[in-house]
Design a protein around this ligand. Structure first.
Ligand code: SF4
Ligand code: SF4
Length: 328
């Protein structure tokens, strides 16, 4: 039987086709720290992930979740709770800063007048959840159902010097609301801070959360093809062994002895050499004078990073990237 052609829907097609800017995150944020895999946070901070090709509907689901946040704040203030979203001293939205400028995140607000403890300032954390996640939070509590959200709350309280948070979430489907107060846990917060400091400084990728590529944490990871596969990361200053993060959120290049703007970092330069940890091969030599690093690829060939600097663009790896080493 001949199949009917799919119905045309120009409006939906147009929405699907809208391009989203693919900005690299300059700093770590609360969105990162709940991830259970330290290695994936490191890949993100080091701009080692390929540009994201997320399904457009994921972005729209994120938009919906963000759009509901002000509503949750309104529902809270409708009860007489006061929620401050702007820091009156600076005129800026409340945010948290850490890691000497390498961590920044806006927060939802700071509340006073919370029914259970009206005089205590509370960090406000809102979330619009799908029905399954919402029901689980209600049933087993935030710590068990959404440990990543608890982690964000603990670290934000730590940075703001607050001792309580109020987590307000809703079911996006039917508008049910749940609230849960969280007590600051210094040990938890300090462990998060130590973890982020480690990620900021290390030149080597932290251990994988799982060695199996089909592990549930890995399946949708933006670094999957680099972490478990043989893909090379993009060339930029953050994947270069000459770079390092310094004070005030800055990055520095020891090769050129200069600070790097975000634009510099995105552009990289012909002297780029991969952090060896990011090359899916075994390092076998390095020549400081020639500024090259030699690797043995999984198929036995040798590849010299920097070897074709004189003759080609700083993206010499297309042929190697397409090689299939999975059988080796
Ligand atoms: S693919 Fe898995 S192990 Fe690798 S960074 Fe992502 S989550 Fe971690
Ligand atoms: S050598 Fe080039 S790519 Fe590497 S950190 Fe310096 S400017 Fe960036």
């Amino acid at each position: 039987m001949t199949a009917f052609p799919a119905p045309l829907n120009p409006t939906v097609d147009a929405i699907e086709a809208v391009d989203r800017p693919k900005a690299r995150p300059v700093r770590m944020s609360l969105a990162d720290i709940g991830k259970p895999c330290e290695r994936s946070i490191w890949y993100g901070f080091r701009w080692a992930n390929r540009d994201q090709c997320r399904p457009a509907r994921w972005n729209r689901a994120g938009d919906i979740a963000m759009a509901v946040k002000p509503l949750l704040i309104k529902w809270l203030t409708d009860t007489g709770v006061s929620v401050e979203t702007v820091d009156l001293a600076t005129g800026n939205y409340h945010a948290v800063h850490a890691l000497d400028g390498h961590f920044f995140s806006p927060i939802d607000g700071i509340a006073t007048g919370v029914k259970e403890a009206p005089k205590t300032k509370h960090l406000v954390v809102t979330a619009a959840l799908n029905t399954q996640a919402y029901r689980r939070v209600v049933k087993v509590g935030l710590a068990e159902a959404k440990p990543d959200h608890l982690t964000k709350a603990q670290f934000a309280m730590h940075l703001l010097g607050l001792t309580r948070a109020i987590y307000v979430c809703c079911d996006r489907n039917d508008g049910s609301v749940h609230a849960e107060r969280i007590k600051y846990d210094a040990a938890h917060a300090m462990a998060i801070a130590a973890r982020l400091e480690r990620i900021k400084f290390v030149q080597r990728a932290p251990v994988r959360i799982a060695d199996k590529p089909d592990h549930y944490e890995c399946r949708n990871c933006a670094a999957h093809s680099i972490c478990h596969g043989s893909e090379f990361p993009p060339r930029n200053c953050r994947t270069c062994l000459h770079s390092g993060c310094v004070q005030n959120g800055e990055w520095f290049c020891v090769r050129h002895n200069q600070e790097l703007t975000t634009e510099d970092q995105l552009a990289g330069c012909p002297n780029h050499l991969y952090l060896p940890e990011l090359v899916p091969a075994e390092q076998i030599d390095a020549d400081e004078r020639a500024e090259t690093v030699t690797y043995r690829l999984p198929d036995g060939r040798e590849w010299v990073d920097g070897g074709d600097r004189q003759t080609s663009s700083p993206q010499p790896l297309e042929a190697l990237e397409s090689a299939d080493w999975s059988a080796s």
